[in-house]
Design a protein around this ligand. Structure first.
Ligand code: 5GP
Length: 179
């Protein structure tokens, strides 16, 4: 039997099957907005969006291009301070491109509104946002997210890219830590 003790304190919120089904739907919804010859450029926000991006693009039956950006919100633990800092910028420009921001979760909305502002300033042809999870009860700024996977309550979640102290990102499901 494999040793699964590291999962003992977790309660599953969204199973791997639920996530797979919803991400496939989102991929079709997004890809369906653009003609087959139009470019589609996905900008994933590291590190939390890495699995979401991987599953999303594998469910898109068309050409896509990818780039990555990393931001960090000051403060560790389960609450962000609201200040956002860019840690890694994109490799390529966005001018004239159809850009989708791929993000793990929108909580207060501060990170996404910062990202949308700096990416919009780079003159993309269009800019949309896909977020796997949303916690609307925590919103501090009114940020537009066109594609939301699941709406959840105000619980700190881990797994499927999301961490607690850099751990749990590799769980195939989303869970809450029960203590
Ligand atoms: P916001 O700026 O919207 O408050 O927060 C966005 C960032 O906070 C997310 O990209 C994510 O890194 C982190 N975050 C917010 N809620 C959660 C959560 O429930 N679990 C984890 N692991 N990170 C979260």
């Amino acid at each position: 039997m494999p040793d699964r003790r590291w999962e003992n304190d977790l309660t599953v919120l969204l199973t791997a099957d639920q996530i797979r089904a919803r991400v496939t739907e989102m991929a079709r919804e997004i890809a369906g907005l653009y003609g087959p010859e139009e470019d589609l450029h996905l900008v994933a926000i590291l590190k939390g969006a890495f699995l979401f991006l991987g599953d999303l693009v594998r469910a898109m039956d068309r050409h896509v291009t990818l780039d990555f950006m990393a931001v960090s919100s000051y403060g560790k633990g389960t609450r962000s301070s609201g200040e956002v800092r860019m840690v890694k910028d994109l490799d390529a420009g966005l001018e004239g491109r159809n850009v989708i921001i791929v993000e793990d979760i929108v909580d207060t909305g501060l990170t996404l509104s910062y990202l949308q502002e700096i990416l919009r300033a780079r003159s993309p042809k269009s800019l949309r946002t896909a977020c796997l999870l949303s916690k609307p009860s925590r919103r501090q700024v009114d940020v537009k997210v066109e594609h939301i996977g699941f709406t959840i309550e105000d619980r700190f979640v881990v797994g499927y890219g999301l961490d607690y102290g850099e751990r749990y990102r590799n769980l195939p499901y989303i869970a809450v830590i029960t203590d």
